[in-house]
Design a protein around this ligand. Structure first.
Ligand code: AMP
Ligand code: ZN
Length: 467
């Protein structure tokens, strides 16, 4: 398997530390507002990576955090606390806010058939681990204290910026405005490990006792502490959206490696954004849709998986209702096809006399995954299987086999069954229509009707009913 490692800026052969085991840490949600489908693009791609690795024979142990300690808005830690802001907005306590939005997050991931992580860990349950890690940083000379906070001293970490390739001087420009926040801070890019509940944070509701007085952790430290606790000091894969590269993940590397003197992560896997009108879908811009908006528009959440799979994870994907509806239609067709093929075929049993053509399709699918998780190519192989002339039981077996990675839940669909041969005729007819070969399309329609079915055209798709 090869995929793009943000750290080396190259597509690399994936060699885990302890094959076939894979340690995989995914940055989880900040639970102060509704999870939207932009987040879901990242979590679906993480899920697809995990499924692909499993398909290829690895044993993946995935850990995901839930950021239920408020962290400060903006990359420079200068803003209002996000949890407190969420609590005020909805008139609840910060704990209620965290619980409510955590539940909403998992309701959403379940609706998209995203596997739950093997371990889910809340920041508020790991304050002690964070304090211990900060202590290690103090002992190693990488942290210093001011009246307001404890900071990581970026100048002392010689590889600071290695993930994003950003130079410290460029970083200074970006965070200059923070200088006014804490006059005792040595360098504008120094980031907080621990905030004290003094001064501007005196009313902060969430706080814990620490060797530096009452306070609460900075955002970045939680991921380092929990990743190390559950997966060890060096792990195979760490994922997140591309927005995390320049600050959050850069800081995670600095504080982890400064504490352990070991490489923190071997492969950094970053997902590009789901956009709306070319802008990142985000809570702060207010241009987001939740799973409830999706359902209100009669879109099956699982069909979003198909939409996401059709764009490579490193490319931006622009969301439109039109593309969501097209995905829904394609998904409906897939369900029909799968149902039709189901017949007497067995899901797990490879058909006897599995043909060379079927073997070749399976190989093409595997190659697409191994080549930097080329899901659009893998989806195209699936449609090629459907259109091909291999036996129905081979088709059904391959569809189910591919679905272990796609996660469209095709084998769980139950509904009135339409014969596979009819669906194949309808698929051929759709192809003919796309090529504007109307003679062929008419001939196929007559065949379908003679078999007792009615086919109705719907844009670039169709529906079939018993007539
Ligand atoms: P947050 O709760 O904001 O930390 O986001 C959780 C995860 O979703 C992070 O890995 C983000 O990078 C990712 N994310 C946020 N917005 C988007 C988006 N519009 N498209 C893809 N991923 C996103
Ligand atoms: Zn994180």
């Amino acid at each position: 398997m090869k995929f793009y490692n943000t750290l080396s800026r190259k597509i690399e052969e994936f060699v885990p530390l302890n094959p076939p085991n894979v340690s995989f840490y995914a940055c989880g949600p900040t639970v102060y507002d509704f999870t939207h489908i932009g987040h879901m693009r990242t979590y679906t791609n993480n899920d697809v990576l995990k499924r692909a690795l499993t398909y290829l024979g690895y044993k993946v142990n995935q850990v995901m955090n839930v950021t239920d300690v408020g962290h400060l808005s903006g990359d420079d830690d200068s803003g209002e606390d996000k949890m407190e802001k969420g609590a005020k907005k909805y008139g609840k306590t910060v704990w209620d806010v965290a619980k409510f939005y955590t539940d909403f997050f998992f309701k959403t991931t379940d609706a998209l058939n995203i596997f739950r992580p093997d371990i889910t860990c809340k920041a508020t349950d790991h304050i002690e681990e964070m304090i211990q890690l900060i202590n290690r940083l103090i002992q190693n000379g990488f942290a210093y204290e001011t009246k307001e906070a404890l900071y990581f001293d970026v100048i002392k970490f010689k590889n600071y910026g290695k993930l994003s390739g950003q130079k410290l001087e460029e970083k200074i420009q970006a965070v200059r405005k923070e200088v006014i926040v804490d006059f005792q801070k040595k360098h504008p890019a120094d980031f907080a490990l621990w905030f004290k509940t003094v001064g501007r944070f005196v009313d902060h509701t969430m706080h814990w006792t620490s060797p530096w007085g009452e306070g609460f952790p900075g955002w970045h430290i939680e991921c380092s502490a929990m990743s190390m606790k559950y997966l060890g000091e060096t792990i195979d894969i760490h994922s997140g959206g591309i927005d995390h590269v320049p600050v959050h993940h850069e800081n995670e590397i600095a504080q982890s490696e400064a504490a352990t003197n070991k490489q923190f992560v071997k492969y950094w896997f970053h997902n590009n954004f789901l956009t709306v009108d070319g802008q990142k879908m985000s809570k702060s811009s207010g241009n987001f849709y939740t799973i409830e908006d999706i359902e209100k528009n009669k879109i099956d959440p699982i069909s979003l998986r198909l939409l996401f799979l059709q764009a490579h994870y490193r490319q931006p994907l622009n969301f439109t209702w039109q593309s969501a509806r097209a995905s829904q239609e394609a998904f409906n067709r897939l369900k029909e096809i799968s149902l039709g093929l189901k017949g007497s075929s067995s899901l797990t049993r490879k058909p006897v006399n599995f043909s060379t053509k079927a073997i070749s399709f399976q190989q093409q699918f595997k190659t697409a995954l191994e080549n930097d998780l080329q899901t659009p190519m893998a989806v195209a192989v699936m449609w090629d299987v459907i259109k091909s002339d291999i036996a129905n039981d081979e088709k059904y077996y391959l569809l189910s086999d591919f679905d272990r990675v796609f996660g469209l839940n095709l084998s769980n669909i139950t509904k009135e069954k339409i014969d596979a041969n009819i669906i194949i005729l309808a698929e051929r007819r759709l192809e003919a229509r796309k090529k504007r070969d109307f003679d062929a399309s008419d001939r196929l329609r007559i065949k379908i009707e003679k078999a007792g079915f009615k086919v109705e055209d719907k844009g670039d798709s169709y529906t079939i009913k018993k007539s």
